[in-house]
Design a protein around this ligand. Sequence first.
Ligand SMILES: *Cc1c(COP(=O)(O)O)cnc(C)c1O
Length: 427
Amino acid sequence: MLSTKDYYKENGISEPVYNYCKDIQSSLLDRFAEIDETAEYNQLKVLSAMRKNHVSEAHFAPTTGYGYDDLGREALEKVYADVFHTEAALVRPVIQCGTHALSIALFGNLRPGDELLSPVGKPYDTLDDIIGINPTPGSLAEYGVKYRQVDLKEDFSFDYEGIKAALNDKTKLVTIQRSKGYATRPTFSVEQIGELIAFIKKCKPDVTVMVDNCYGEFVERIEPSDVGADMVVGSLIKNPGGGLAPVGGYIAGTKKCVDMASYRMTCPGLGGEIGPSLGLNRTFFEGFFLAPTVTASALKGAIFAANIYEKLGFPVIPNATEPRYDIIQAVTLGTPEGLCAFCEGIQAASPVDSHVTPEPWDMPGYNDQVIMAAGTFVSGASIELSADGPMREPYAVYFQGGLTWAHAKYGIMMSLERMYEKGLVKL
Ligand SMILES: *Cc1c(COP(=O)(O)O)cnc(C)c1O
């Protein structure tokens, strides 16, 4: 039998890279233990919801057509509601992605003449078209919903005075994005979000608060719905799908908010009563069951990478030591060669399409070429190890995911190997 080191060597990892990474890993044992404890807590949370709702084999049976009385779907939605401590939830394959879930929640809960407020600066890019920040057919703006935004202060803190001034008679819904996404601000902790919500509700008690929870689920022991959010919304091909969900999104919140969203998801009158699960229930349950440990693996990968690249002199966000509130890691590589080498390494270490080389391409909707590495089982799933970045200064790569820590580790080692081979780092 080969030693682990020799086995890595056979799989393309040279001795200097192996040794360098081994030392970094040794320095992270305490942080990894902390992450494992959070995963343990969240595993209990999911298990307790599954036990309480008597999840059983009958719930895995597929339904077709209208899908009336789909027992599995109903149990799954109760499990989500219990985990997020909300009255209700929608967890559906008909919700195509996170953007779609956010769109349903917004359109379902806003009416002509209402105002939507983002108190944390500009939301995720794909929301621009939904809100109509750019004139877009079918946007909220076309339906007479106005949008206001209060930017963060220079130090990324909340502009409480500005927020107070922006809240008015017409403000119906406040949207807060937990993760930084691809913005340059830090991700908010759930505690910070709670403080913001408390302030907003003090100014305007009847306002609905929605949190875009993408990439944040199970990173902490509490969720935004534990600190006053009326709705939390996310994608099943990120954290809560546990890597198994092949599609889907969720909306968990008050019964009123979820019902309103359901009339947009299907149509007025039918709401959540219809929707065949088409045999996906088992995967959704099983993915949710795995989600706490999968999220922990992704977090370990992010911290491992931050420590490796920071020590080599590359700026990293978040940095090597700060606390984590989502699974995204940015590394500023500084050169086009560095960005490409990093992505090539991630791709080469993937379980799927390891033999292909990622190339920068003109992705629709982006001003610069983008390079992407994603050897994923579920197309585009960013809970699986994946990396991408725009081909422009400062050549930053955003990377996230890893269904297992061992794979996240190998992917990051391979990225370093490619950088090392090309003389872009010295070890
Ligand atoms: C990924 C993401 C979305 C959109 O999700 P998709 O599934 O890609 O449509 C929205 N907001 C944030 C913060 C995200 O990270």
